[in-house]
Write a protein that binds this ligand. Sequence first.
Ligand SMILES: NC(=O)c1ccc[n+]([C@@H]2O[C@H](COP(=O)([O-])OP(=O)(O)OC[C@H]3O[C@@H](n4cnc5c(N)ncnc54)[C@H](O)[C@@H]3O)[C@@H](O)[C@H]2O)c1
Length: 260
Amino acid sequence: MTPNGRVAGKKVFISGGAGGLGSAMAQMLAREGAKVSLADLDYDGAKAAAAAIDAVEGAGTAFAFPLDVTKEDQWIYALEEADAAMGGISVLVNNAGVFGVGDIEQFAFEEWKRVMSVNVDSVFLGTKHALKYLRQNQPGSIVNLSSIAGLIAAHNTPAYNASKSAVWLLSKSIALHCAKQGLDIRSNSIHPAFIDTPMLEAFRQRFGKAETDAKLGRQLPLGHIGEPDDVAAAVLYLASDESRFMTGAELKLDGGVSAM
Ligand SMILES: NC(=O)c1ccc[n+]([C@@H]2O[C@H](COP(=O)([O-])OP(=O)(O)OC[C@H]3O[C@@H](n4cnc5c(N)ncnc54)[C@H](O)[C@@H]3O)[C@@H](O)[C@H]2O)c1
């Protein structure tokens, strides 16, 4: 696709930027004119993803920072560094997340707390501390990666369902807070179904990639799983001013499964 500068001048902070979706959205945003900061527990992965973007888009387009999204002090530091590196922050993408499988009787309390913390505390902490920068760089946008699992439950993903549902409503609360403050800062959530990233490893370990992807695809009306760029395109729209009248909304990228 020919780049059109749809996010020219935007400065985007992406948590989980080393992962399948994080690196894909960073590439697409950079191609469309944004500067991007990739923050991840996997700092080496974030550095490699940022270097790959700089190799294509030019030095100084992408930056990498170490970040554990469950740690408040690390958020404060990473945001400060990203603000200095990019000359501001106008978009926050709360993308880092973890999956967890096991029914409620099997699921360990420690694992429940870990999933809730990585998936939910992250959005609370990231938004709480990024708003200071977004205020200075309006119009701003907050994009939260929920999941179709935040709207539709499964029998064996209690923590993932609960955490992603929390992200869904937290996004709306943030949207209302910003509007009430008279800020031109929007907050929306994205709800993908199965997308081809390392997150699907939990399923693939048993049947291998091809068979697992086919099985998962058959659960969706469109008949196949999604690509990282399918989600990146939605992040691009929400990060851009094209979505300037959209706040407190949810965008489903689920191959039609929630229509059933
Ligand atoms: N892939 C899918 O099918 C799918 C579907 C719906 C929603 N999502 C959501 O999209 C987001 C991105 O997922 P993905 O598919 O790219 O997965 P991924 O596993 O490829 O990437 C997740 C990234 O988050 C990072 N991370 C994990 N814990 C962290 C922590 N404590 N601090 C900082 N970084 C941490 C990982 O290092 C990794 O780079 C997640 O929130 C996920 O729940 C994914």
